[in-house]
Design a protein around this ligand. Structure first.
Ligand SMILES: Nc1nc2c(ncn2[C@@H]2O[C@H](COP(=O)(O)OP(=O)(O)O)[C@@H](O)[C@H]2O)c(=O)[nH]1
Ligand SMILES: [Mg+2]
Length: 180
């Protein structure tokens, strides 16, 4: 058996899930270089990778795959071509919660198709869609200093509608306790 060592690179915006994906795959403790994010405009996350994540995945046949996460910020993009040298494939992760997700896709595809031809795209944070949709309403209430319970509901689903009724009743009980 010939032991082969391959390399796969993860690219995408900050917070898209590159580090999480590598941690999820790696058989070995992931080596990450994290530093304080100075680019809070681009992302709120305080700790962000400005270096490279590295993990290793061993396949059943003994093939080892080195997993490399690229730094997400634009000012580190010169590193992408270095990291991609010799890679057998590139995973582009797109954060669905970002308003500019399609621009992100276009941007990362443009950059990484110049660095390799074997590419897959993963759309992340899709499971948080409800939360993302509610965000504007939460923000509105915050601005107007209101704090009413807010739910994403499907008005056709009994469980969803029932949750609102239960909340009303629970609130009523709390109010009555306060006033007694
Ligand atoms: N809910 C949810 N959280 C995710 C998803 N992907 C990543 N995360 C979380 O988003 C945060 C940012 O991910 P991270 O891997 O640090 O992003 P990176 O900057 O691309 O390395 C972490 O808290 C992850 O656990 C996803 O698909 N859904
Ligand atoms: Mg990271």
């Amino acid at each position: 058996m010939i032991m082969q060592q391959y390399k796969i690179v993860f690219g995408g915006t900050i917070g898209a899930g590159k580090s999480a994906a590598i941690r999820a795959l790696s058989d070995t403790p992931v080596i990450s270089t994290e530093a304080v994010n100075t680019d809070t405009q681009a992302h709120q996350k305080l700790l962000t990778t400005v270096g490279i994540d590295y993990g290793e995945l061993s396949l059943e046949d003994g093939t080892k795959i080195g997993l490399y996460g690229t730094p997400g910020q634009d000012r580190f993009d010169f590193m992408w071509s270095i990291v991609c040298k010799g890679a057998i494939g590139i995973v582009i992760l797109i954060d669905h919660s970002r308003v500019d997700r399609l621009k992100d896709l276009e941007f990362y595809l443009n950059v990484f198709s110049d660095l390799g031809s074997n590419i897959v795209i993963g759309i992340t944070h899709i499971d948080q869609e409800h939360e993302q949709k509610l965000k504007i309403y939460r923000e509105w209430m915050q601005i107007h200093q209101k704090s009413f319970p807010l739910f994403a509901v499907d008005a056709r689903k009994q469980d969803d509608v029932l949750l609102m009724i239960e909340t009303l009743i629970a609130q009523l009980e709390v109010q009555q306790e306060v006033s007694v």
